[in-house]
Design a protein around this ligand. Structure first.
Ligand code: AMP
Length: 392
C-alpha cells in the first residue's frame, strides 16, 4: 500500500513525501482508511510505530474536506499525557499540514498563562493539550469545545496511569456528542476499555503486532560490569564507536544524569543532560540541539525521555538498568523507529540481577552478552547468577 492509495488530498501527500515517508507503517495502513470514513477507533500502537500520522493524516484530511461552520472554538482536540508529547504532536501536525491552512496551538502545564491566553484568542482549528492545563482554561471559560468535530486521545493508557481520568471525562463532557473519537494507547487494558466504552461509538478495534515483534529491528546487548570504574570504562569504549551517531544514555537519578553528562562533556563529547528538574525551555532547547545534531550523547532519566521523538538515535545505553520491564521497553523504543535499525545496550552488575531477570523474563529471552577485549568482567554472568556474590 502506498500513501496515494489512501486517497488523501494532494497537499497532505506532498507534505508526507517531504517528511521522507515512502509508505504507510502498519498502524497507518490499518487506521487511516476507517478514520477517513469517519469511524471511531480504539487502536493499540506503541510510540515509534508512526501512530501520530495515523491519527493526524485523517484528521487533517477532515479539516481540508469539511469547511468550518461558524467557529465556536477548536474543531480538533488532541489530548496527550506529557508536555513533550504535546510538543511533538504539534510539530508533526505542522509538518503534515504544511500545505494546508490549519492553525494549531499547544497547551500544557508549566507554560506561562499570558502566552497561552493569547494563543487561544487566535481561534485555532486544532489544539494539542495535556488534560490538567486544558481543564483550567475550560473552567475559566477561555476555551469552548462545543464545536469540536474530532477528539483524539493519545497514549490513553498513560493518561489514566497518571490520574487524568476525571479531567479527561470533564473535557469530553464539554464536547458535543456528534464527533469522531480516536483513542490510541500502548496497551489497552480493562481501564482503557472502560473509558473507551463511555467515550466511543461503535469503535473499530485495531491491534498492531505486539511489543516484542515491534522491537525486532533493535539489537539488544548486555555488558556485565564489575563496579563503577569498570562501567565507566565500558561506556567510554561504547561511545568511541563511530557507528554511534546519536545515543540516549539512561541514568537512574537526576543527579547522576547531571554528573555523567558533565564528565562526558569534560572528555570532549557533545553531551548534555535532560531530567525533570530542568526548566521546560531548557529541555526544549536540548531536544532541538539533539535534532540539529549538536548533541550526540543525551544523558536522561526515564521521565524526561518519555515520548521523546528524535529520529536517528542509533543507540540506547542503559547505564543504569531500569527497574521495570515497561521502562525497558519505553527506553529501547527511542531507537529503531519506523523500521530503522537500532542498538540497545544494557550495563548490569550483580546488584541488578533481579531487575535483569525480570526484563529477560518479559522479553522471553536472555539479552545477548557481549564482552569487550581488555574489559572482560571479573566473573561471567553465569557465575554471578549462580553465586549472586558481590563483586565490588
Ligand atoms: P510516532 O510513533 O508517531 O512517534 O512516529 C515515530 C517516528 O516514525 C517519527 O519519527 C515519525 O517521523 C516516523 N514516521 C511516521 N510515519 C512514518 C512512515 N510512514 N515512514 C517513515 N517514518 C515514519
Amino acid at each position: 500500500m502506498s500513501f496515494a492509495d489512501l486517497h488523501v488530498a494532494l497537499p497532505i501527500l506532498r507534505a508526507i513525501a517531504e517528511c521522507g515517508y515512502e509508505k504507510p507503517t502498519p498502524i497507518q495502513a490499518e487506521a487511516i482508511p476507517p478514520a477517513l470514513a469517519g469511524r471511531d477507533l480504539i487502536a493499540s500502537a506503541k510510540t515509534g510505530t508512526g501512530k501520530t500520522a495515523a491519527f493526524m493524516i485523517p484528521t487533517l484530511q477532515h479539516l481540508f474536506e469539511v469547511s468550518a461552520g461558524r467557529k465556536r472554538g477548536p474543531r480538533v482536540l488532541v489530548l496527550t499525557p506529557t508536555r513533550e508529547l504535546a510538543d511533538q504532536i504539534t510539530e508533526a501536525t505542522r509538518r503534515y499540514g504544511k500545505y494546508l491552512r490549519v492553525k494549531s496551538i499547544t497547551i500544557f502545564g508549566g507554560m506561562p498563562y499570558p502566552k497561552q491566553i493569547q494563543e487561544l484568542t487566535k481561534l485555532p482549528d486544532l489544539v494539542v493539550a495535556t488534560p490538567g492545563r486544558l481543564i483550567d482554561h475550560l473552567h475559566r471559560g477561555r476555551i469552548n469545545l462545543s464545536g469540536l468535530e474530532v477528539l483524539i486521545l493519545d497514549e490513553a493508557d498513560r493518561m489514566l496511569d497518571m490520574g487524568f481520568i476525571e479531567d479527561v471525562k470533564k473535557i469530553v463532557a464539554a464536547a458535543p456528542d456528534k464527533r469522531q473519537t480516536l483513542l490510541f494507547g500502548a496497551t489497552l487494558d480493562d481501564s482503557v476499555a472502560r473509558l473507551a466504552g463511555c467515550l466511543l461509538k461503535d469503535p473499530l478495534r485495531i491491534q498492531i503486532a505486539d511489543q516484542k515483534r515491534t522491537h525486532e529491528n533493535i539489537e539488544q546487548r548486555l555488558h556485565v560490569v564489575n563496579d563503577t570504574r569498570h562501567k565507566a570504562c565500558i561506556l567510554g569504549h561504547l561511545i568511541a564507536d563511530s557507528g554511534l551517531t546519536r545515543a540516549i544514555i539512561f541514568s537512574a537519578t537526576k543527579r547522576n544524569a547531571d554528573s555523567l553528562a558533565r564528565m562526558l562533556h569534560a572528555q570532549g563529547h557533545a553531551a548534555a543532560a535532560m531530567h525533570g528538574d530542568m526548566k521546560q525551555s531548557a529541555r526544549n532547547q536540548t531536544i532541538s540541539n539533539m535534532r540539529a545534531g549538536k548533541i550526540r550523547l543525551l544523558v536522561a532519566t526515564d521521565v524526561a525521555a518519555r515520548g521523546l521523538d528524535v529520529t536517528g538515535i542509533s543507540h540506547i545505553i542503559n547505564y543504569d538498568l531500569p527497574k521495570t520491564s515497561e521502562d525497558y521497553i519505553n527506553r529501547i523504543g527511542r531507537t529503531g523507529r519506523a523500521g530503522a535499525s537500532g542498538v540497545a545496550i544494557s550495563l548490569a552488575s550483580y546488584k541488578d540481577i533481579s531487575d535483569l531477570d525480570r526484563i529477560e523474563h518479559y522479553l522471553g529471552q536472555p539479552l545477548q552478552q557481549h564482552v569487550i577485549p581488555g574489559l572482560e568482567p571479573a566473573f561471567p554472568l553465569s557465575t554471578v547468577l549462580s553465586n549472586n556474590s558481590p563483586l565490588d
